[in-house]
Design a protein around this ligand. Sequence first.
Ligand SMILES: Cc1ncc(COP(=O)(O)O)c(C=O)c1O
Length: 413
Amino acid sequence: MSTAPNWEKLRADFPILNQKVHGRPLIYFDNAATSQKPRAVIDALVHYYEHDNANVHRGIHELSNRSTMAFEAARARAAKFINANSADEIVFVRGTTEGINLVASSWGTKNLKSGDVILLTEMEHHSNLVPWQMLAQKTGAKIAYIPITGDEGVLDLSKLDSLLASQVKLLAMVHISNSLGTVNPVVELCARARKLGIVTLVDGAQSAGHRPVDVQAIGCDFFAFSGHKICGPTGIGVLWGRPEILDAMPPYQGGGEMILSVGYDKTEFKDAPHRFEAGTPDISGPIGLHAAMDYLDAIGRENIWRHDQELAHYTYEKLSALKNIRLFGPKLNSKDRAGLVSFLLKDVHAHDVVTLADQAGVALRGGHHCTQPLMHKLGVESTARASFYFYNAKDEVDRFVEVVKEIQKFFGQ
Ligand SMILES: Cc1ncc(COP(=O)(O)O)c(C=O)c1O
């Protein structure tokens, strides 16, 4: 769809948005934590359980065939969603977190040794940080960080050449920061790493559902995202891996479904991606995710991106006109700002902002956003965050800004 979508009409696809919270119309600005689900996704889940539910890859009966076909169709759809070459490059996981843990545990344990370096950025979510720390402890590898530039929160690439030293084996980075809204130059960074033979992983939790994603154009080796942040169900996500790397990786977990044959002494494993999917998988998850991907692509992710950015710029501009406010992330109208704005009111804890906003029907998030090291770097404990999706509108931002002003007044500012 290249013409501008009818956003108001699309909003009506989300039953949950049509409610009052504490007597006020709900304004849902916590989309970076999880998105809401359109009727099409809810219906796909209900249809599956009412008509097709059976275990996959096992039975020969009709329901099992239908279930398997729907499960594998979702894998092919996920490949198309991120422009992978083949469905075999798609591993179903619980979410971004599990995707990264899988890579750390399987690829990392096999390929890293003492003295190797894992290069991250200072803005990583804990899920792209803790698995690497655990791997470093196990292997003796070290972790280094690409720094950020203070409150503006963009990567400082001035020392990249020296950071990309010969011991670096892996560069893992977030595509869009959930705390700052920064869009990182992943294409450039992957190209620089690739020239040096460094494997790259992109955390796409905040990007996959908000802008077009093409893993081949990004040039990474791994890309992970979560279904629940892109209008799909919780408990399902995707890990994409370059096939030659996936094929050489040992299994992550053992059990049913991932084997070719098992003896008392020895097991032969299936090829990727099935080798990484032990046990009965989440079956309804991929089916709901399939519906979500169809839904988003019917709107057009380039349209969603434009809409998200417009709301973020509008919000940033309105908030920056207030006194006693500190704003984080790329400056006004930066093309590198995604659809979220993090802020702090002077002498007011972020949790107080969020609690008072909730009383006014506005759902925000306050806390460290699973980026504690980043918060320490910025010299704060937490921020308040408004994060948008295509069903949000400017009049909601206007109301939100009024609520922020009321909170400031409450605190005598
Ligand atoms: C940037 C980023 N990475 C990773 C994650 C983890 O995603 P999940 O909890 O769905 O595994 C999140 C979730 O907030 C995120 O924002």
